[in-house]
Ligand binder design. Sequence first.
Ligand code: AMP
Ligand code: GLY
Length: 425
Amino acid sequence: MRVLVVGSGGREHALIKKIKESSRVDYIACCPGNGGISYDAECFNVGATDIDGVVALAKQISADLVVVAPDDPLVMGMVDALNNAGFATFGPKANAAIIEGSKVFSKELMQKYHIPTAEYKVFDNADEVMAYIKEKNEFPTVIKADGLALGKGVIIPESLEEAEAGVKEIMEDKIFGDSGNNVVVEEFLTGPEVSVLAFTDGKCVKPMVSSMDHKRALDGDKGLNTGGMGTVSPNPYYTDEVAKECMEKIFIPTIEAMNKEGRTFKGCLYFGLMITPKGPKVIEYNCRFGDPETQVVLPRLKTDIVDIFEAINNETLSDLDIEWDERACTCVIMASGGYPKSYPKGIEIKGLSDGQLDGVTVYHAGTKLDGDNLVTSGGRVLGVTALGDTLENALKKSYDGVKQISFDGAHYRNDIGKRALSALK
Ligand code: AMP
Ligand code: GLY
């Protein structure tokens, strides 16, 4: 089979390395890809949101399967366009990807079908939001831009002044464009967070092993929100009991709700959960594999991923036994100095040979080949990933790897997995 993967981050690199293990695949292409991906797949300079360009590329390379990994092209309808052109795909159609594309949609879906989530109200006008927040006068509160915002559309103000500044940025200055036309204001929940990615063909849902992201830039969950600074799998807060409750109250009801709405979801549905004192609740849905969750989940997948993609397309997922490695997996992100704010690019990365390092798997996110040199080209640069018999061993390997890699200004968190380790004690 010839497979095309759309996207350019660490998640796409993890998908490609897993697809490469399939005995059924003899050629992998990626667009646009990155420096590290180019060691594993042929990269083409077609943008991940260029729908016509991707359809043309799929034709050019005679793709048997196209995996659309990022949120934007899914929400824009890239899968629909590829299917219309006769290509088999992995990823939801636009009418289902809206579960991530619009927070207003997802909140209304959960309310209508009694899926546990934070209480909320929707607004299309900044004055009304502020009047509501003033009247409630409960902090912290949570304000979310309706549409896609590179994972940065959520603010958690601690005061009225912070709320005012945030609402102004989102609704008046439009820092996220039309994504801020509507906002959701919701109740602040507490508890550990769990990410669960799930395969679904619209008929059955098969959760993958759980993981824990670390979203803040600095140690101790301080600093700005980022796309994710590291992950561990499994997540110790996702006990068998919690998993059972999530299956009954969240996963199956969500799949059924989407079917009832005429928006059958096929692909990977990401459940961002919080285990609150009142049970698990949905913080967010994503219509795709998470980044950097994929980097710790897929290394544990033992079943041929192409068989899973095919079963989803054929709606025979319930017949397939999906097997997982018992070992723990950890990923520590090395980011550019300054990220998630502005950062320099083009800085030489030292310590890797052909993009890799013995003892770990290095998933590339923001790297580029400049001649023979690997240089930085994004905020999150590398995900240094390891499997271990215990979480502790996996973390040790990831951090040993991190210490052998360097680029000017590199920063990473020193406490990835710390909370998970303490929960195990
Ligand atoms: P999201 O982009 O929806 O995942 O939100 C980013 C982060 O904000 C989440 O990972 C949570 O840590 C936090 N968050 C979102 N919604 C809530 C909420 N209702 N209560 C508390 N924290 C939240
Ligand atoms: N790591 C969070 C996300 O992929 O949205």
